[in-house]
Design a binder for this molecule. Structure first.
Ligand code: HEM
Length: 215
């Protein structure tokens, strides 16, 4: 179960890095952003696979990873609770980072906002600030011209990055990379770099829209 969590978690971090890179294309203008969004949905891997089919294969794979990740988390949580010798709560904590302690509830929060995110940008049934069916660029710009949405996304991305910070470390440890104190320091550094990169990479575009640098 730990290996399932590690592997699916790393796949999702790979997705996040790609998604972040795609979002940054907003800095290149409407045409570049919309062209990229269109390419992802229709032309990617064409003619190797029929036009428009890769995105569905990818979505199915990503969904499978999310479900497996959450299922493994639930099973491991159940086992951890069952393994407790006493039902009484102890206030003595082993040394743990804040990210490590918030993995379970952080995961629930991330999944909850992800549903909102998909209803907003993919299904387009929750459309604060824009009308459904406009271009991807217009949709994103009109959304993030609203400060409260930028704030909501900032809170979500902080939760995602905290989860990723501990997740990278934990996944690579599960997979056997934590072999020495030096390796531990490396994993720690790597986890921080990825988390900070994701935070800056995801938030810079909504903030730029809010400040009017992208319009
Ligand atoms: C500021 C941060 C983010 C922005 C501006 C953003 C923007 C978008 C947009 C515009 C789309 C729709 C693309 C389209 O259909 O043309 C999308 C889809 C998606 N986003 Fe995000 N996103 C952000 C962060 C995230 C994060 C943190 C996650 C995961 C935890 C995520 C997961 C997804 C998923 C799963 C999809 C659906 C992809 C698909 O249609 O197959 N996004 N995002």
């Amino acid at each position: 179960m730990k290996a399932v969590m590690a592997l699916t978690g790393l796949v999702m971090i790979g997705f996040l890095l790609m998604h972040m890179y795609g979002n940054l294309k907003a800095f290149l203008g409407a045409e570049a952003f919309d062209h990229y969004a269109h390419w992802l949905k229709t032309d990617i891997l064409y003619p190797l696979v029929p036009q428009g089919s890769f995105i569905w294969l990818f979505r199915a794979f990503l969904l499978l990873c999310i479900v497996a990740h959450m299922y493994a988390a639930a099973v491991l949580t159940g086992r951890a609770h069952a393994a407790r010798s006493s039902k009484y709560v102890t206030t003595d904590r082993i040394q743990q980072t804040y990210s490590a302690r918030t993995m379970r509830w952080g995961g629930v929060l991330i999944a909850g906002f992800l549903v909102f995110h998909l209803l907003q940008f993919t299904v387009q049934v929750v459309t604060p600030g824009f009308t459904p069916g406009i271009s991807a660029y217009q949709m994103v710009v009109l959304s993030f011209q609203q400060w409260w949405l930028v704030l909501a996304y900032a809170i979500w991305i902080v939760a995602v990055c905290m989860h990723v910070r501990h997740g990278v470390w934990s996944a690579l440890t599960t997979l056997g990379a934590h072999t020495s104190p030096g390796a531990r320091r490396f994993l720690d550094g790597l986890a921080w770099v990825i988390a900070v990169l994701l935070f800056v990479g995801f938030m810079i575009m909504p903030v730029a829209v809010l400040l009017g640098w992208i319009s």
